[in-house]
Write a protein that binds this ligand. Structure first.
Ligand code: ATP
Length: 361
C-alpha cells in the first residue's frame, strides 16, 4: 500500500536518445493524485517522448519510472503499458469503429455486467451524452467522439491518465467547452493527469502545475500564475505572449533606459541586460506626465512613441509604435476599442513590477 503522499507517477532522472543528442535529458517529475501537470514546450523539446516513456510504449535509456512508489521500468525491468494501470489518450483518439458508444466506454472495464452498465451510464451523464450509447463513432461529431474517448480513458479509474495533445483535433469553438468538461471530470474522478501540449493557453487553462520544457529538460515548473508572472528567462516569458524588449547597460546596479532607471542587482557594470514587458502591461497616455527617473517608483519615465498601426482584435485593441528614441518597435494591447490614427504621438510607460530584467544572452 503506497503512503499517502507517494506520487501516483514519478519519473526519476529519465534520459533517452534516438541516436543523435538527447530527446529527454535527465528529467525528473512527480505527479500526485488529483493533480494535473502540463508538459509545455516548443515542437521537438521531448514532451511526447517523456509521455511515451511514462506509458511504457518507449523504454528509456536511463532513469526509472514509478507508479504508486513501485518501479515499473528501470535498467533491470520494463512493465508493459497494459499492466501499469495508466490510461492513455493520444492525439488520434481513435474509437473502435465497430463498437457502439457504450461498448467503447466499457472496453477496459472489469466486473459484472451490472457494474459495467452503471459505470458507463454514470460516465455518459458526466460527458453529457445520455442517449448516445447505441450510436457508432461515425455518427458522432468531433467533440462528441472526443468526449467518448475521454469517458473510455477514465472508465477503468486508472492510477494515472496520460494525455498527448488530446484537444488538437477540435476546432476552436468546440475546444474550450470540451477542455472545461474534461477538467471537471478529471477533478471529480481525482485523476492524476500528465498532459502534453504546445499551447500555452491550454496549459494555463488545464494545469495545476506547468512544466516548461526545452531541449529535453524541464526548465521551470510551477503554478500557471507563477510561470507567467515570474518566467526564468526571455524565452520563457515569450512563450506565453508577445513581448516587448528594451535593452540597457548596467552601471552601479542600475540600468538607464528611455523608460527610466531599472534596478539590476547582482549584474556587473557594463553588462548588457534586457527589460521585458508584455504588451498589456505598457501604459499609454496622451500627454507626457511629470514623473522623474526614480528606480523605486512603480512607473518609470514616459517615452515618446509614434503610432504606426492600430487594430481591433475583438476583445482588445493592439497598437503598434515606432519609438522616438531609436526607431525600435513596441506593441501595446488595451481592452476594448482604442484605435488612434497612424502618426499620432502617445507616451508609453512601464510599471516596474510588471517588467522582467534578464542578462542579455
Ligand atoms: P511535438 O510538439 O512536435 O510533438 P515533442 O516536444 O513532443 O514535439 P518529441 O516527439 O518528444 O517532441 O521529440 C523529441 C525529439 O526526439 C525530436 O527531436 C524528435 O525528432 C525525436 N524523436 C521523437 N521520436 C523519434 C523516433 N521514433 N525516432 C527518432 N527520433 C525521434
Amino acid at each position: 500500500m503506497a503512503a499517502l503522499n507517494t506520487p501516483r507517477l514519478e519519473l526519476q532522472a529519465i534520459s533517452h536518445s534516438f541516436g543523435v543528442g538527447l530527446a529527454v535529458d535527465s528529467l525528473s517529475l512527480q505527479l500526485h493524485a488529483g493533480e494535473v501537470i502540463c508538459l509545455l514546450g516548443p515542437s521537438g523539446c521531448g514532451k511526447s517522448t517523456t509521455l511515451r516513456i511514462a506509458a511504457g510504449v518507449e523504454q528509456q535509456n536511463a532513469g526509472a519510472v514509478l507508479v504508486d512508489g513501485q518501479v515499473v521500468s528501470d535498467a533491470t525491468q520494463h512493465m508493459p503499458p497494459e499492466r501499469r494501470s495508466i490510461g492513455l489518450m493520444f492525439q488520434d483518439f481513435a474509437l473502435f469503429p465497430h463498437l457502439d458508444v457504450a461498448h467503447n466506454i466499457a472496453f477496459g472495464l472489469t466486473g459484472t455486467k451490472g457494474e459495467k452498465l452503471a459505470r458507463v451510464g454514470a460516465l455518459l451523464e458526466r460527458v453529457e451524452l445520455v442517449g448516445y450509447d447505441k450510436k457508432y463513432p461515425h455518427e458522432l461529431s468531433g467533440g462528441e467522439q472526443q468526449r467518448v474517448a475521454l469517458a473510455r480513458a477514465v472508465a477503468p479509474r486508472p492510477r494515472v491518465l496520460l494525455m498527448d495533445e488530446p484537444f488538437s483535433g477540435l476546432d476552436d469553438r468546440l475546444r474550450d467547452g470540451v477542455r472545461d468538461a474534461t477538467l471537471e471530470l478529471l477533478k471529480d474522478e481525482g485523476s492524476a493527469v500528465l498532459l502534453v501540449t504546445h499551447e500555452p493557453q491550454e496549459a494555463m487553462r488545464m494545469a495545476d502545475q506547468i512544466a516548461l520544457m526545452r531541449d529535453g529538460r524541464i526548465m521551470q515548473q510551477g503554478a500557471p500564475y507563477n510561470i507567467y508572472n515570474a518566467p526564468m528567462d526571455r524565452d520563457a516569458a515569450g512563450f506565453f505572449s508577445d513581448i516587448n524588449v528594451v535593452s540597457g547597460v548596467v552601471k552601479n546596479a542600475l540600468t538607464e533606459t528611455p523608460f527610466g532607471q531599472f534596478l539590476v542587482p547582482g549584474c556587473a557594470d557594463g553588462a548588457e541586460v534586457e527589460i521585458i514587458i508584455r504588451p498589456q502591461h505598457l501604459r499609454m497616455d496622451f500627454d507626457r506626465q511629470g514623473r522623474g527617473p526614480n528606480p523605486t517608483a512603480k512607473e518609470g519615465t514616459p517615452a515618446k512613441g509614434i503610432v504606426s498601426r492600430a487594430r481591433y482584435l475583438g476583445d482588445h485593441s493592439l497598437v503598434e509604435f515606432e519609438m522616438d528614441y531609436d526607431g525600435s518597435r513596441l506593441q501595446v494591447t488595451v481592452p476594448g476599442v482604442f484605435l488612434p490614427e497612424s502618426g499620432r504621438v502617445l507616451w508609453l510607460s512601464m510599471r516596474r513590477d510588471r517588467c522582467f530584467v534578464f542578462p542579455k544572452v
